[in-house]
Ligand binder design. Structure first.
Ligand code: 5GP
Length: 203
């Protein structure tokens, strides 16, 4: 059986990452969302163990020391990390694990696993991103500017990603389909099927 892939999904705030990821997982039983740990406080409606594992800074630091995290990063004053336990047991069973993480973490995944697939989700233009962030109405001007500055920084990593998907307004299902196609191709990578030759000769 082909191993499941590690699929990294990155993109600026306002790119629609979590909507695309939720829909992808809702319609594909062989995909799983990797639940990260974070030291940020839960937002209204977020559940511990579902959206994130919410931990203290001390717990997070202990986790780093104990080798708990496959990758981790500091983002906007908080720690975020992917526990190893969210990956290996699932990819070994052929399940694709989706990591919705920012660029520093994505680069760590790339360095550790050349077969990981890195996908950058982007709005169709910078001005669309700006109007989406303002349209939310939940952010103050300073926060909008901070997020836009982050987005400028993130796009500099474009060439470190394998694929990009453009999320135009109203095109979530098309983005999900494109992500499914990308994941499907990974099943046929020789490197994801290293035991194939032996099994082939035995049968
Ligand atoms: P938020 O606080 O909005 O949920 O997430 C802030 C940023 O951290 C987002 O870009 C999100 O994708 C990223 N993020 C969430 N979990 C992780 C993680 O485990 N590792 C890394 N490196 N980034 C993460």
């Amino acid at each position: 059986m082909a191993k499941g892939s590690v699929i990294v999904l990155s993109g600026p705030a306002g790119s629609g990452k979590s909507t695309v990821r939720e829909r992808l997982i809702a319609r594909n039983p062989d995909f799983r969302y990797s639940i990260s740990d974070t030291t940020r406080k839960p937002r209204p409606g977020e559940k511990d163990g579902v959206d994130y594992g919410f931990v203290t800074v001390e717990e997070f630091r202990e986790g780093i020391a104990a080798g708990k995290y496959y990758e981790f990063a500091e983002y906007a004053g908080n720690y975020y990390g992917t526990p190893v336990s969210q990956l290996v047991p699932f990819t070994d069973r052929g399940i694709n694990v989706v990591l919705e993480i920012e660029v520093q973490g994505a680069m760590q995944v790339r360095a550790k696993d050349e077969n990981a697939v890195l996908v950058m989700l982007l709005p169709p233009s910078f001005s669309v991103l700006e109007s989406r962030l303002r349209g939310r109405g939940t952010e103050c001007e300073e926060s909008v500017q901070r997020r836009l500055a982050k987005a400028r920084n993130e796009i500099e990593y474009f060439m470190n990603y394998d694929y990009f998907i453009l999320n135009a307004d109203g095109c979530i299902d098309e983005c999900v389909r494109q992500l499914e196609v990308i994941a499907e191709t990974q099943k046929y990578r020789t490197k994801n099927n290293s035991d194939f030759p032996v099994n082939f000769l035995l049968n």
